[in-house]
Write a protein that binds this ligand. Structure first.
Ligand code: SAH
Length: 192
């Protein structure tokens, strides 16, 4: 993935397609409600997170928190295969329809709780969590391939940091804090 390709894609992808309400504000760089108490992320943050992942065309990616499917489109565009998990059925269904309409056929949409990742298809080259957790679930780190990266917002309701966990070829883990962010809670055992 080269960053100018991500930026071109960012400009081309119509965010309105991922929104039901506030469509006329799709160009505004902030999160908006998508129903069920959830939000579509701020576009500049979606671009930023995509770039930090350093996706490659052969990558298998796990996304926890499909939401509108907006971030999912970036993953599917720059990786080989995406598994995306969402707890709210109508959101999962809508995202699936949207991404099929955009001709993405390299995405599996899974209904369920992604707190503990998705064991069936592990390990993953990249894991991205788009909801905030109290701490980093160890199972997500376990489900990373050597050379893998996990991106997850960690903190509490008021303050979260985007954390990047890297696993090197020997399995050594490095955790770095990237920047303050604000996401909806990851529902379940690691809920903030
Ligand atoms: N990147 C998405 C953000 C969606 S908001 C977008 O731009 O649209 C986060 C999503 O995570 C919500 O849809 C919420 O329902 C989902 N979610 C929360 N906890 C979850 C869990 N434990 N497993 C799977 N999905 C979860």
């Amino acid at each position: 993935m080269n960053t100018s390709a991500t930026k071109v894609f960012f400009k081309q992808l119509n965010r309105q397609l991922f929104m039901e309400q506030y469509k006329d504000l799709a160009h505004v760089d902030r999160a908006f409600p998508i129903g069920f108490g959830q939000t579509i992320s701020q576009p500049s943050l979606v671009l930023y997170m995509t770039e930090i992942l350093e996706l490659k065309p052969n990558h298998k990616v796990l996304e926890i928190g499909t939401g509108s499917g907006y971030q999912t489109a970036f993953l599917a565009q720059f990786a080989n295969w995406v598994y995306t998990v969402e707890t709210i059925e109508p959101l999962k269904k809508k995202a699936e329809e949207r991404l099929k309409a955009l001709n993405y056929y390299n995405i599996d949409f899974i209904l369920g709780d992604g707190t503990y990742g998705l064991k069936d298809y592990a390990p993953y080259d990249r894991i991205i969590v788009t909801a905030a957790a109290r701490e980093i679930p160890a199972t997500l780190i376990e489900q990373l391939s050597p050379g893998g990266r996990l991106l997850i917002p960690v903190g509490n309701k008021d303050a979260q940091d985007l954390s990047l966990i890297s696993k090197d070829s020997e399995g050594t883990i490095t955790v770095s804090t990237i920047k303050p962010v604000r996401f909806v809670p990851l529902v379940g055992d690691f809920e903030i």
